[in-house]
Design a protein around this ligand. Structure first.
Ligand code: ATP
Ligand code: ZN
Length: 286
């Protein structure tokens, strides 16, 4: 029988859509109909399990799933023996301590002796210990943000992305305990054949990630400035240059990184480039 790699992803919640999307962009097709617990890919040796995110580290450690997609926050809290193989760039958030907005806060010393509600007691207790703070941790599994208003705690330690949930609950963020994003994790003892499938998967995911950070750019360059324009463009090897019907002009094609994109466009325009077209790249293999 053909070996298949088993991947665990979140069944529903904040990581579900992006986890499915990254697999589909990697060209892997499967049916992710609602209420499905398991799906088999049609065109890649992969089986997808849909699970609660909190359970994924354990399943991967035990080898029930070979790999999984989970937030670093959950991974560190669960403290399981698995390896991180790739950071995925989505599900970005931070685990932060927040207190009622009207309270004064000067430094971490202000947490001394306080009651802090959280679902992340492992991470929080390490953080407090490192900062030599004695505080009482109240472990609760959900709706942490209402704990101060119902008198259960003086502070909370919870996940934040925009901060709007904190604000609606009359809280302010005072300490960042951990920054997190979704990661691909793997069981520590995969068979050789599963390793091979995982390598193919990582190769594809990297091609998708790289493509997202780059744009294909086409422009018309006056021949007299062609050298100067080519110097501005990085390209994968060097820019492609094609002659135009008008002998004084050429068409130049290249690949530009998102981070330096606007800077490069400005320089190109200054050298007389015209008709600049920018096109998204679907996959990029270098
Ligand atoms: P499950 O039912 O699977 O246990 P959950 O309620 O624990 O779901 P979600 O709220 O869907 O989990 O969050 C899943 C992950 O998404 C978090 O562990 C975290 O890594 C990430 N995340 C990103 N932004 C946020 C945010 N603003 N709040 C909470 N989690 C976030
Ligand atoms: Zn969860």
């Amino acid at each position: 029988m053909e070996t298949k790699l088993k991947i665990a992803i979140q069944k529903s919640g904040r990581l579900n859509e992006d986890s499915i999307r990254i697999l589909k962009e990697a060209g892997i097709e499967f049916n992710n109909g609602l209420n499905k617990l398991k799906a088999e890919a049609y065109n890649f040796p992969l089986e997808v399990f849909f699970l609660r995110d909190d359970d994924i580290p354990q399943y991967v450690e035990d080898g029930i799933a070979d790999i999984g997609i989970v937030g670093e926050n959950v991974l560190i809290e669960k403290n399981k023996k698995v390896s991180i193989v790739n950071k995925l760039g989505f599900g970005k958030c931070r685990l932060s301590i927040a207190i009622p907005k009207n309270e004064k806060y000067k430094s971490i010393q202000d947490l001394e002796g306080k009651r802090i509600a959280t679902s992340y007691s492992v991470i929080l207790s390490k953080f407090l210990k490192k900062n030599k703070i004695n505080a009482e941790i109240h472990e609760i599994s959900g709706s942490v943000e209402i704990a101060p208003s119902i008198g259960l705690a003086d502070a909370i330690c919870d996940l934040v992305s925009s901060g709007s949930t904190l604000f609606t609950n009359g809280l302010k963020e005072v300490e960042v305990v951990l920054k997190s994003e979704a990661v691909l994790v793997s069981n520590n003892t995969l068979s050789k054949s599963k390793e091979n499938i995982l390598e193919k998967l990582i190769f594809r995911i990297n091609a998708v990630k790289k493509a997202k950070n780059n744009k294909y750019i086409l422009l018309n360059a006056p021949n007299k400035n062609l050298d100067a324009i080519c110097k501005i463009l990085p390209g994968m090897k060097s820019p492609t240059i094609l002659p135009l019907a008008d002998k004084r002009w050429s068409s130049v094609h290249s690949v530009v990184n998102e981070n330096e994109f606007w800077d490069i466009i400005e320089k190109l325009k200054a050298k007389g480039a015209e008709g600049i077209l920018v096109i998204p790249i679907e996959k990029m293999i270098v």
